[in-house]
Structure formats: structure tokens, C-alpha cells
Ligand binder design. Structure first.
Ligand code: PMP
Length: 435
């Protein structure tokens, strides 16, 4: 029954001759699940086509950006228009102003917004800014949260680091090449553990520049924050004069127009974005209160720059994506698809007697092969990754492309239809016989 993978195998073997591990981002190598990564030739709507011509129903969505589906006509048209006007100038453009205005419309607390080229750059720059603004050195992050690959954030990090794609997840730092001295400036706390955070602040509070967190975690699989945890984050950062940084790279413009900040009623000092604000092209951004953001060069002493920052094509793709999202909000439709997917999966697993915990917020979902609820990182990593592997390959062989790791969120888009939902559930039902 399996689909042909001959061309992907050929390409993967050629890739390994010229690219480390054959991939430009570790999770793509299928290390956690085994088998040959599918080389993708093109994409449209909810579907990918691989190099062997197989059509795959896509639950990766490029790890988040493709909320409108692939090759949305408004985004393609905006890029085409920008393409005719030149690729990069190294000087300011109107599109940057318009995109910053759109971001601020969705996130009114972001007085000023600075564009960069990736989520990693956004979080790295936001941390530098927080340190510059507070004059303090320590930062706090949560075990299993991932904020990109800047040195001080590769400490007990999630995503690919949880699948053994570099270093080990349980030691700090989680990558070779990160000096211990850097790692020592990063304090690690447990997500959804308000008491743990409180005792960290009691000990180090006066030295903490910022707490950075995923407001809904995607990078340990989906974890949902408790009210008590969110309350402690706000209270402690305020009490000790540290900045609260919401990393909305994954959740921004996905969970609601104003992301997790709007959905959960958060009041962070700084927000980081990526993925959707670039519409599939390389963009990141960070923003916040004017008083803090004015510390960035050229206004202030915190340096941050980029040759391709605010790139015209990337701005055009981001603008078209946000405008489409604002004019025709897909959030109710995504919630309906998600709720039906979640209920359908729950019913199938219950019937088959396979214990799972399904965590979902809007269009981000993880099926943990774990008995009992998964609220914490420790519960997430206790999942049965062998079962996940069988589930993953069972789906892929039947043309449904689920993220190739237990510790990632699956994403769906406004292009996913009722027929796609039914197809997914039918495929899961068949795949389950192998579990
Ligand atoms: N923060 C979060 C929450 C992310 O999910 C990611 C990427 N998955 C990043 C930061 C880093 O973004 P990028 O890969 O664009 O550098």
C-alpha cells in the first residue's frame, strides 16, 4: 500500500553529500520517526506534492506560516507585484510601514514594531533589548519551550532538541557549542508550575531581565497554560521589574487575530512574531511599548540590524496574508475544523483502546500517546514515541503528512475542507489497526 518514495530517496542521498544530514533544519530529516523524508516539489491549498508525484494532505503548514493554505492567490499576486519592483534596496519602504500598522492593529500594545528575517532573530533581539532596558543579565525560559537557536535560548529547549537532533534535552545547554557561561545566564523553570517560578524569582528576581515563554506551547507538542501560571508570570515580572516576553512566533495571528495575547488576555511587555507575518517568506518581528522599543538603534543604545530586514517581497507576502486574515477571518472555521478533528480522533482512539491525550488550541493540535492528561513538559516527554512512529508512518503511507515528531504541533489551514477532515479520520482509522 505504501506510496513510491524512489525519487525522494535519490534526492535524500544526494542531499546528504552536500548538506549536513541532507536537510537545512533538523526535524526535516525524520530522525525521530525513521524512513525517508519526502522531498516536496510543489504545494497548493491544503496539499503538498512530493518529488515522486504523491499528493499529501498537509498538517505541517510549513510549521505554521501557511494559515491561508499554500499559494493563496492574494499572497501570490502581492509577491508578483513586488517582484516587478525590485528585490531588495537596503532603504526603507512603504510596505514596512503598512505591515507595522497592521501588526499594531491586531496588537494595540505594540507601539513600535521592528522587522527581522526569522523567529530566531526576533527572540534574540527582544532578549538583548530586555537586557539593555533593564541593565540586568539573567533570563528565564521554560523547559521544553523553543524560541529559536540563539545561544542563550538553547538551554533545555524543545522542538528538534527533544528528538535527539542535537545535544540532549536533559542537560543544559541543549546544544554543543553553547558556552557554559552563556547557559548560566539562562534560568530554566517548569511550564505550568507557578510555585517553581515564584521560588526562582525569590532567589534571583533582582537580576532577571526577562521571562520569555510560549503562551500556548507548540514545541513540546501542544501544552495549554493554566490560569494560575499566567497570573504568576504577570505578577512576578511586574513585582521584580523584569520584562515579560510573549513568543508568538507560532501562535501570533493563528489562535486569533491578536494571537494568544488576545485569546488569553495577556499583557506582555514585548511580543515576538514570525511565520504568519511573513506569509511563507522569511520574516520575524518584535514589538512593544514605545518606552522600551525606543532603546533600539538608531534611537537608543541597543544595536540590532539586518541587510534583508523588511525585504520587499517578504513584506508584500506578510501584508497580503494579514489583510486577508483581517478581511475574512478564518478563526471560527479553523475552530470548527479543529473541534471536529479532535472529537473524531478521540472517538477513534477510545474505540481502539489506545490511550491518548489530545491537546488542541484552535488550529494547533497534538495527539500525545500518553495515558492521562498532558499539562507539563514531564508528562509530554513520558509519551510512547514508538507508538507515535507507527501512527506517523501509517498516516504518511496513506497520504496524510503529520509532523514527524511526537513533540510538535500539527497545523491546519483555512484551505482544509470538510472532505479533508473526513479523509483524515478515515486514514487514522485504517492506520490505527497497526498500532
Ligand atoms: N519561537 C517559536 C515559538 C517557534 O516555534 C520558533 C520556530 N519553530 C521560533 C521561535 C524560531 O523561529 P525561526 O525558525 O523562524 O527562527
Amino acid at each position: 500500500m505504501s506510496l513510491s518514495t524512489r525519487r525522494s530517496e535519490e534526492l535524500f542521498s544526494q542531499a546528504q553529500q552536500v548538506i549536513p544530514g541532507g536537510v537545512n533544519s533538523p526535524v526535516r530529516a525524520f530522525k525521530a520517526v525513521g524512513g525517508t523524508p519526502r522531498f516536496i516539489a510543489r504545494a497548493q491549498g491544503a496539499y503538498l506534492w512530493d518529488a515522486d508525484g504523491n499528493q499529501l494532505l498537509d498538517y505541517l503548514g510549513s510549521w505554521g506560516p501557511m494559515i491561508l493554505g499554500h499559494s493563496h492567490p492574494a499572497v501570490v499576486a502581492a509577491i508578483e507585484q513586488a517582484l516587478l519592483e525590485g528585490l531588495s534596496y537596503g532603504a526603507p519602504t512603504e510596505r514596512e510601514v503598512r505591515l507595522a500598522e497592521q501588526v499594531r492593529e491586531a496588537y494595540p500594545m505594540a507601539d513600535l514594531v521592528r522587522f527581522v528575517s526569522s523567529g530566531t532573530e526576533a527572540t534574540m533581539s527582544a532578549l538583548r533589548l530586555a537586557r539593555g532596558y533593564t541593565g540586568r543579565d539573567l533570563i528565564v525560559k521554560f523547559r521544553g519551550n523553543y524560541h529559536g537557536h540563539a545561544d542563550s535560548l538553547l538551554v533545555q529547549a524543545g522542538s528538534g532538541l527533544l528528538t535527539g537532533a542535537g545535544g540532549t534535552a536533559r542537560s543544559a545547554p541543549s546544544s554543543a557549542g553553547v558556552p557554559q557561561a552563556f547557559a548560566e545566564l539562562t534560568l530554566v523553570a517548569d511550564y505550568n508550575d507557578p510555585e517553581g517560578l515564584e521560588s526562582l524569582f525569590q532567589r534571583y528576581g533582582e537580576q532577571i531581565a526577562a521571562v520569555i515563554f510560549e503562551p500556548v506551547v507548540g514545541n513540546a507538542g501542544v501544552l495549554v497554560p493554566t490560569r494560575a501560571f499566567l497570573e504568576a508570570l504577570h505578577r512576578l515580572t511586574r513585582q521584580y521589574g523584569a520584562l515579560l516576553i510573549a513568543d508568538e512566533v507560532m501562535t501570533g495571528f493563528r489562535l486569533a487575530r491578536g494571537g494568544a495575547v488576545e485569546l488569553l488576555g495577556l499583557q506582555p511587555d514585548l511580543i515576538c512574531w514570525g511565520k504568519i507575518i511573513g506569509g511563507g517568506l522569511p520574516v520575524g518581528a518584535y514589538g512593544g511599548r514605545a518606552e522600551v522599543m525606543q532603546q533600539i538603534a538608531p534611537l537608543g543604545p541597543v544595536y540590532q540590524a539586518g541587510t534583508l530586514s523588511g525585504n520587499p517581497l517578504a513584506m508584500a507576502a506578510g501584508l497580503a496574508t494579514l489583510k486577508t486574515l483581517f478581511q475574512n477571518p478564518p478563526y471560527a472555521q479553523l475552530e470548527a475544523y479543529g473541534a471536529a478533528l479532535e472529537q473524531g480522533l478521540q472517538a477513534l482512539f477510545a474505540e481502539a483502546g489506545v490511550p491518548v491525550a489530545i491537546n488542541r488550541v484552535g488550529s494547533m493540535i497534538t495527539v500525545f500517546f500518553h495515558e492521562g492528561p498532558v499539562q507539563t513538559y514531564a508528562e509530554a516527554v513520558a509519551s510512547d514515541t514508538k507508538r507515535f512512529k507507527v501512527f506517523f508512518h501509517g498516516l504518511l503511507e496513506r497520504g496524510v503528512y503529520w509532523p514527524p515528531s511526537q513533540f510538535e504541533a500539527a497545523f491546519f489551514s483555512a484551505a482544509h475542507s470538510q472532505a479533508d477532515l473526513e479523509r483524515t479520520l478515515a486514514v487514522v482509522e485504517q492506520a490505527m489497526r497497526e498500532l
